[in-house]
Design a protein around this ligand. Sequence first.
Ligand SMILES: Cc1cc2nc3c(=O)[nH]c(=O)nc-3n(C[C@H](O)[C@H](O)[C@H](O)COP(=O)(O)OP(=O)(O)OC[C@H]3O[C@@H](n4cnc5c(N)ncnc54)[C@H](O)[C@@H]3O)c2cc1C
Length: 618
Amino acid sequence: MIICGAGHAGVEAALAAARMGASTLLLSGNIDTIAQMSCNPAIGGQAKGQMVREIDALGGEMAINTDVTAIQFRLLNESKGPAVQSPRAQCDKKAYQFRLKHTLELQENLQIFQATVTGLIFESGRVTGAHTNLDIDFFGRSVVITTGTFLRGLMHIGQNKNEGGRLGDFSSKTLSASLIESGIVLNRLKTGTPPRLLGRSIDFTKMQEQRGDLRPTLFAFHDTRDPGDLFHVEHTGEVRAGWTPGTQQVSCWMTHTTTESAQIVRDNLKKSALYGGEIEGIGPRYCPSIEDKFVRFADKPRHLLFLEPEGRSTNEYYVNGLSTSLPFDIQLDLVHSVPGLEHAEILRPAYAVEYDFAQPTQLFPSLESKKVENLFFAGQINGTSGYEEAAAQGLIAGVNAAQKVRGEAPLIIQRHEGYIGVLIDDLVTKGTQEPYRMFTSRAEHRLLFNHGSAEARLLHHAKRYKLLSNNRLNRVEEKVGRIKRWTESLEATRLQGVSFGEILRREGRGAKLPETFTAETAEVREEVIYRIIYKGYIEREYRQVEKLADVEKIRVPPDFDFMSVRGLRRESALKLTQFKPYTLGQASRISGVNPSDISILMVLIEAGRGAENFPSSQ
Ligand SMILES: Cc1cc2nc3c(=O)[nH]c(=O)nc-3n(C[C@H](O)[C@H](O)[C@H](O)COP(=O)(O)OP(=O)(O)OC[C@H]3O[C@@H](n4cnc5c(N)ncnc54)[C@H](O)[C@@H]3O)c2cc1C
């Protein structure tokens, strides 16, 4: 297998495939930038934090890498319900990269090679390899494209333009042409990033300090992992030294824009690449530039800014909230208009970048191209934004590219099983017109997705696709068993005629529970308490899932001819032919396809082939 690109998607794809035993090659234009955080050095946050725990439950690396290299941890929404609580961590940017590079280097079955892929090699509608800028060709039975923002990347700072996927990096032009030639349609999107400042030029006394949590919420399920996973490349000079995640946290700092900042932006809007018409791609609505903020929220007198350190051994700060594509001299004025930044020095300017993406409706839910067999896509190339979204897709694409090579069924996570399922289903079914970011509100069954339940929710997949070591699998199974037994036992055991379950629901987390239970690990306790307190809601969710399960299970044969179905509306038939849904459930979510169309298809498919799983190449 060949993975093209070593960003957040590429590293998870490579590790997943190699860990499944596939002989894997990871090609990247510059292996010094493996898993580089192009924007802020933070992992997690709403819905994203839960997704990182799901990646961990499926044997991915992002969670443990974050825990070991994080410099600040915060649990978001701590005062709200546990279903929407999300861990977030600020990482040491370089340590994050170095540890992942080292993890890749240690991985059996995985070869890393620095080369830029200039085009793909195709044979009878299949991909069979990749050409590189070094005039070396590589051949493989499947290829995963994870090239992020690099395809025809063009950066903007006011009128200034530079080719590149991000500042200091290259732009990949010929690969776009090769994809287009194979029939894949590419469109343009854009994203932006704020300036980076020199810490010693910042006056932190004018800002509000934001410390990390005293008891950090980690991302990885430490109680089921091998202690050998816990190594930190920079610690004590040893290559694989132990490290206690969450120690030696550093602070972030909060400040805000001023009326002067607003005036500077308004006076210079035309000079911004975004507002001056230089950019054709569509940007992330939920991560607006400072120009967007002052235009769209004109009545808001000021906007919060967060100064986030980029690591322990650097004095560089990221200004969260100040993304812009204004010219450099205006950026300087803007920075200097902020309390505490009056004399700040800019180390790297803010910029916007435009790039090619491939509309993900061109993919099966396995993330394989519908057009070119054995070719998979993951990460920002699919129109998403964010490290977590990229890593989640990378993991699934890596697993499925390996499964495809073996002729075995793909891993498809259902919408009710986790955010990863929602993410991929949304992408391949609806596509996206702007950089797609995960939110809790995108998941109709989010109550089932509390971050502590990821291992239990995804255990059957981890087992079936052999994504965890035997050791870890045993520990997860044992833990899930304990959670189940404690949940049943607390519901059944009574104190003065009232079950502990009822006491918990009545008195909440402060309820006095049996000592044997309080001696359990925090992971088990938390999950049991969640299941008991929210029992009624969780049961209701599962009833809804069951109702929908029938259509989700019915596979649509890959060669199904929708156009010849009598009674199916023409609009539906055309859409279904275009989207090639994998299941009737997916078909029902395509806009323009209505319930009566689904009823017709259900009768036909069940009568023709039965409701069994079709052996599928998808
Ligand atoms: C300027 C900027 C601002 C951003 N702002 C935000 C934000 O505010 N919020 C947010 O959530 N996300 C933001 N992101 C997005 C986030 O960085 C990405 O979503 C994430 O990094 C995508 O991961 P990826 O693995 O798909 O691609 P990337 O991390 O971009 O990695 C791509 C990899 O592919 C390699 N590569 C590219 N082309 C080739 C080739 N032809 N041959 C070999 N190797 C190749 C590159 O060297 C790199 O290693 C921003 C990105 C950029 C560039």
